[in-house]
Every structure is written in C-alpha cells, then in structure tokens.
Ligand binder design. Structure first.
Ligand SMILES: Nc1ncnc2c1ncn2[C@@H]1O[C@H](COP(=O)(O)OP(=O)(O)OC[C@H]2O[C@@H]([n+]3cccc(C(=O)O)c3)[C@H](O)[C@@H]2O)[C@@H](O)[C@H]1O
Ligand SMILES: Nc1ncnc2c1ncn2[C@@H]1O[C@H](COP(=O)(O)OP(=O)(O)OP(=O)(O)O)[C@@H](O)[C@H]1O
Ligand SMILES: NC(=O)CC[C@H](N)C(=O)O
Length: 581
C-alpha cells in the first residue's frame, strides 16, 4: 500500500482554500497510486483556530466544506482530514462542544470519524477550552490492512521515554493490543529549537517499543506567533526513519507499506518531488532558527495581506538582523529601511545602517528627528518646567521614531516590523509606543546572545546556498551584517555616550539568568547558587516582573523557544510576586 503525507500550510479559517490544498495533494497522490493520504491535524481549518471554534457558523461551514471535499476527491484514495465534530453530549454538565477529529473520506463520503484522546493544555495549547477527549482507541481497515489513528498529543505520553506519565492513558498501548499494522499521527506541532529531533527520538522509541511502524504528518507554516516546521516523517517498526519531509516548506512525501515485510519502506516510483527521500534536518540551531523566523515573517505578511514591510534602521544589530530576515522572507525590494538620526546618534550609526542596506539591497530614507525633538521639548516646556532632563525626554526620540514609522506604514499599507529582542522584552529595556511600535515583533523570542550568533552564522554562511536560505538574497555579497554592527557595544543612543550595559548586566550574564528564570523555573536562590551575583539576580527578577505591562502591549512575536512571551506566557500585571521568587 502506498501512503502519502501531505505536509500542508493552511491559513486559519480559509476553509475553501485549505480544502483545495487537500484536494490538490489528493489528485497528485492519486496519480501516483497512493491509497492513503494523510493531512495535518485540523487541516481543514488550520491549527490553532482558537475561539473561531466557539462560532456555530464556523463549525457548520466546516461540515459543509468537508462534505464538498469528500465529493470532489478522486476515486480509489482514502484521505484523512483534520476537522471537528460536534459533541452530541455537550449539554451534559461540563461537556465541551466539540471533538478534535479526523475524518476518513473515501468514495464521495465520510466513512468514519476519529476523536483525539489526549488534549494538551500547557504552554500555547488550550484544547480543553473547546474539546471533549475521545474515549476509544481509533483504528480502521483499509483493503487488508489495519491502521491505528492518532492525533498529535495522543503519541506524547510514552512514559518510558519521558520517565513519567502525563495522562492516565497511552493510546498507543490500545493500538498495539488491537494489533494494527501501522499507526498514523496527524499533527500540528509548533516549532521550538530542536523540536524535530525530540519528535523523532520520542516516536523512534515508541515505534521500536511497540514494534509498530509510525507515519507522522505535521503542519507547516506560520500562524501568528506559532511556526510549524513540518519535518513530517515515517518510521519502520524498528524506529528507523524511512522518509522525511522538508523543514519549513510544504511537501508531499510517499512511503509504502510492504505487505511481505509487514513494514514501512521508502516508495520506489520517482515522479513526486519528495518521494522516497529523507530530507536533511537543519545542521545547526542557528540555521533552523533562521528558517523559522524567515517563514514566520513571510507567512504573517502573506496571511495578513502585506507584501511590503518598513523597519527603523539604527545601525544596531537588532534592526540589522530583522532587516536581513525580512529581505530573505519577502525579497529585498519589499523592505524599506528608515534611518532617523537624532543629535545623539553616532556618525557610525548612519554609515553602518547604509552599508547594511546596500548589502541587503534594500531602499532607505533618512529622516532626521532633531527638529521634531525641539518641537516636542518646546510644546512640553511649561508642563515639564522645574523638572530635570531624564528618561521621559530621552524616550521622546523613540516615540517620534515609532510615530514616523507607523505613519509610513499607515500611508503605504506596509507592515511595521519591530526589532526588540527577548532579553530586552524580558527586562523592559524598550519604550512603549516608541521602539515597541509595530505589527510583528520578529525577534521577540530571540535572546540577545542568539542575535549575535545568528548574525555571525549569516555572515559565515551567506545566503546563496541551499534552498532553505532563500533564493531572494542569493546575489548579495558574503558579509551581510557589517562587522562594525556586530563588534560595537550595543546602545540605544538616547543620550550621549549611552550603552546598554550602563543599565543592564552583560548580555551573556543576563541571558543565562533569564534562561534559568523563564525556561527552567529556577528560584532566585537557585540562580544565585549557580554562581550569579545576588544583587544582579534580584534586580533582573524585579525588572522581569515589572515589565509585564509592556509585554502585554507588545506586538505578537515569533516563538522559537519552549517559553515565549506569547500565548503560552500568562502572567499577572498587578502582582507582588517576582515571577519565580
Ligand atoms: N504597571 C503599569 N501599567 C501600565 N503602565 C505602566 C505600568 N508601569 C509603568 N507604566 C507606564 O510606563 C511608563 C514607563 O515605560 P516607558 O515609557 O516605555 O519607559 P521606561 O521604561 O521608563 O524607559 C524605557 C527604557 O528602555 C530603554 N531603551 C532601550 C533600548 C531602546 C530603547 C528605545 O526606545 O529605542 C529604549 C531606555 O533607555 C529606558 O531605560 C511609566 O512612566 C508609566 O507611565
Ligand atoms: N537612529 C535611528 N534610526 C532609525 N531607527 C532607530 C534609530 N534608533 C533606534 N531606532 C529604532 O529603534 C530600535 C531600538 O533601538 P535599539 O538601540 O534598542 O536597537 P538596535 O539599535 O537595533 O540594536 P542595539 O540594541 O544592538 O543597539 C532600533 O532597532 C530601530 O528600529
Ligand atoms: N497539537 C498538539 O496536540 C500538539 C502537542 C504536542 N505535544 C506538540 O507539541 O507537538
């Protein structure tokens, strides 16, 4: 039996086009004698649909589109589509309105529906808000093969792999008892650094432990703050990878269930792009983060209807990295850099920003802000009388820039990309309604130390090689980020001679404290015991807690770590507890 994984990039709520993507994949698969086609979790509406699921007309439309799709599919192919099914017992106390489901479509109709059994409610997931867990093991027979069906989290409870049990049941145990020939998993598994390796090692363990081949179909693409990296794969019963789809791109991958061997093998016909191949995974963390950020910007812009972006170019490293990512995502011709020197700007800030723009091939405009600053100072003179010059006056520069950037974005229908990194967002080293202005915070989950390593990686790697690194920048020269941008001390340039380290610990120290605090949930005592200065640790803890009001007003940021300041970070603002304490 030939099986195909359609690694699709749905747009949330675009039911007709998502169904069309499934139909297109089914047609190609059918021409290649595929008998069973897999699509990602909730492939009809895209993942995560969030509160659209509370809208009855949305659920009704999904049912209609699903039925239409069933009727349009080519003959002789079974297609597993991710959808929802209303829960007829939702009226029972505590019953949730829907099941997160898979529809088996064949012969013009719905053959069977399967319900997701394990519903994640941690980090960015909130499935119990909408879904009732399925109670039964899911399996069906196609031709003479018995196939076990699971949805994403259903395969994330192998207590042998994790060393603990997160849910009372492990659906794969039931499927092993049913003696299925192989197991399919339809997923929408968001990216974070190293996630594909984790998925493969987890499922390799389950495949060999239960002696069952597994076909894992993941969603790809960016949906708001979440990036889905794809990297779908198939494992044979000993847990070896027999096929793998591309990272960060749509793909259609073929495998075969060999009935004599009773195992999955790569397919051997040759007309499909991804057929029978094992796509390489990104080689370094920098390479995969780059791929995720580029996809995140491209899909956010495309799915929200933008083709061009505008960025404030300071000659600093954060805006340089964001400009490089945007150029790769959208093409240099679609990126507009605005230089806004103030009387405090260094000479090299303009020189460095212009050199970067030339390297990237992006258009720039210089808008000096000195006169506007004088205007503000004059207008505020009476109100600010008898006060000394301080942060408020400094931040006016940032607010003037933010205002000009939004004016340009608004005038021409551009998307403003904000440039704050995770370290700054953590401690509130950024100005509300100033440099925080924007529609998408591209590197808001990238710690400053990672900003440096990404820029060094980019300069070493160039962008001319490899499909992932993007054709758009292939013509530009090797050093993309000018060396001076990387080597000079970071500075907001809001007053003469200012550098970030006047206000913050060195970034390698700050990032290590933040890693322990945010990702590892360590207490201040644990962080101090690990060798950090107590005064610094306590100050950072306070800064992080105090900056919650800023993060709540920040644009969505692209998630690349296991804990981003996005949908998975739910902290109170008016609180007396310093995050972990
Ligand atoms: N809990 C709360 N809920 C709601 N609002 C709250 C609040 N706490 C303070 N606020 C308000 O927020 C104000 C403070 O925030 P904000 O006005 O943003 O300004 P603030 O945090 O005082 O200053 C911005 C900091 O970011 C630094 N920085 C670094 C890098 C780049 C840039 C740049 O701009 O380019 C800036 C800058 O040097 C300075 O240290 C308070 O004065 C108050 O009005
Ligand atoms: N002179 C400027 N011209 C244009 N934009 C600016 C200027 N100064 C600051 N900005 C905008 O405000 C953002 C915040 O400034 P900030 O100094 O924190 O970042 P950076 O200069 O990019 O990097 P670094 O923190 O390493 O100096 C910049 O990334 C940029 O978008
Ligand atoms: N959609 C899901 O069920 C995803 C949950 C799963 N643990 C993952 O991150 O891949």
């Amino acid at each position: 039996m030939k099986i195909a994984i359609a690694q699709l990039n749905p747009t949330i709520g675009d039911l007709a086009n998502n169904a069309q993507q499934i139909l297109n994949a089914a047609k190609i698969a059918s021409e290649n004698n595929v008998r069973l086609l897999l699509t990602p979790e909730l492939s009809l509406c895209g993942y995560p649909p969030r509160d659209l699921l509370l809208n009855p007309s949305f659920i009704e439309s999904m049912a209609n589109v699903l039925q239409q799709l069933a009727q349009n599919l080519p003959p002789n192919i079974a297609v597993l589509v991710g959808t929802v099914e209303p829960n007829s017992k939702a009226h029972v106390a505590g019953g949730k309105p829907l099941f997160n489901s898979i529809a088996w479509l064949e012969n013009g109709q719905l053959q069977q529906i399967f319900h997701k059994r394990l519903l994640p409610t941690y980090d960015v997931f909130d499935e119990y808000r909408y879904f009732e867990p399925g109670l039964q093991a899911n399996a069906f027979t196609l031709d003479n093969l018995h196939i076990g069906v699971t949805i994403c989290e259903d395969l994330w409870n192998d207590e042998e792999f994790w060393g603990k049990r997160s849910y009372a049941i492990n659906p794969i145990v039931d499927l092993a008892q049913l003696d299925v020939n192989f197991i399919v998993n339809l997923s929408a598994s968001p990216y974070r650094v190293g996630k594909h390796k984790l998925r493969e090692s987890m499922l390799r363990h389950s495949a060999s432990r239960f002696n069952k081949p597994i076909v894992y179909a993941n969603q790809v693409g960016g949906n708001d703050d979440l990036i889905f990296d794809g990297c779908s794969f198939a494992l044979n019963r000993t847990g070896e990878v027999v096929s793998r789809a591309f990272a960060f791109e749509t793909d259609l991958v073929l495998i075969e269930f060999d009935e004599e061997k009773r195992d999955l093998i790569p397919a051997n016909s040759s007309s499909l792009r991804g057929e029978g191949k094992i796509s390489p995974l990104p080689e370094t963390e920098d390479e995969e983060i780059w791929g995720a950020l580029v996809l995140g910007v491209r899909d956010y812009a495309r799915k929200c209807g933008f083709s061009k972006v505008v960025i404030g170019l300071s000659g600093g490293i954060d805006s340089a990295l964001v400009a490089a990512i945007a150029s790769s995502a959208l093409g240099s011709e679609n990126v507009f850099g605005i230089l806004m020197p103030s009387p405090y700007s260094s000479d090299h800030s303009i020189k460095d920003a212009l050199e970067l723009a030339e390297n990237l091939g992006i258009a720039t405009e210089i808008l000096p802000i000195g006169d506007l600053m004088t205007g503000y100072d004059k207008t505020l003179e009476k109100v600010f009388a008898d006060t000394s010059f301080g942060l408020a006056e400094e931040n006016i520069q940032s607010r003037i820039r933010g205002n000009l950037l939004m004016a340009i974005a608004n005038k021409f229908g551009y998307l403003l990309l904000s440039t704050g990194n995770k370290s700054e967002m953590a401690v509130g080293y950024c100005t509300l309604y100033g440099d925080m202005n924007g529609g998408l915070a591209v590197i808001a989950d990238v710690p400053k130390t990672r900003v440096y390593s990404l820029c060094n990686w980019l300069n070493a790697e160039g962008l001319g090689t490899g499909e992932q690194k993007n054709a758009n920048l292939s013509s530009i020269r090797q050093e993309i980020i000018p060396t001076n941008i990387i080597s000079k001390p970071p500075s907001a340039e809001l007053k003469p001679g200012q550098v970030d380290q006047d206000s913050l610990p060195d970034y390698d120290i700050l990032d290590d404290i933040l890693q322990r605090l945010i990702h590892e949930h360590q207490s201040s005592a644990q962080i101090i015991a690990a060798g950090h200065d107590a005064t610094v640790v306590n100050r950072v803890m306070q800064l992080v807690a105090r900056a919650e009001f800023k993060r709540r007003q920040a644009p969505p940021g692209i998630k690349i770590t296991d804990r981003a300041f996005g949908t998975g970070w739910r902290m109170p603002i008016a609180s007396r507890w310093a995050v972990n304490n």
